[in-house]
Design a protein around this ligand. Structure first.
Ligand code: FE2
Length: 163
């Protein structure tokens, strides 16, 4: 069977479907673990956004008329695993929030990269609606990343210094 951009797009979408659902389950755990109220709020707000992101991916599966089935994404598993390690290793320590914030930014950057690619491919494939749906999600990921940078600079990194 000849594999084309259609297959690449589908497989990458499955990968992100898995990733988003895993992120959806992880964000409440991160929110529970951090000390900063502002950071907790950012995680919970993004959890709510992620619900919509999962739904948008489901709509894209419908547009390409393929089954909405996730596929294990080793990249996101690895990034989230590192977050779990920080959670254990830094529990009760001033640097915990800075570590978890950095892990969340690694997740956002992975997603920004993937959605950028999916949008480019969806345009190339001349898919209706899909580029706009994916762009909506990409904007949320970018905004989340920017908010995390702001929180890190404003307080979280400084708090991590205190002994
Ligand atoms: Fe996301």
């Amino acid at each position: 069977m000849t594999k084309t951009l259609d297959d690449l797009f589908y497989e990458t979408l499955r990968d992100m479907f898995y990733a988003e659902r895993k992120i959806l389950r992880t964000l409440p755990k991160l929110a529970k673990a951090v000390n900063s109220d502002a950071l907790r709020e950012a995680f919970l707000h993004h959890r709510d956004e992620t619900e919509g992101q999962v739904e948008r991916i489901q709509r894209v599966f419908e547009i390409i008329d393929r089954p909405a089935r996730g596929k294990t994404c080793d990249a996101i598993d690895g990034i989230l695993e590192e977050g779990s390690e920080v959670m254990e290793d830094f529990k009760g320590n001033p640097a915990l929030d800075a570590g978890l914030l950095a892990g969340a930014q690694a997740v956002e950057h992975y997603e920004i990269s993937r959605y950028g690619t999916l949008i480019a491919w969806a345009n190339q494939m001349r898919l209706a609606e899909a580029p706009d749906l994916l762009k909506e999600t990409l904007e949320q990921e970018i905004k989340t990343d920017e908010l995390l940078t702001k929180l890190a600079k404003k307080a979280i990194n400084a708090a991590a210094l205190s002994k």
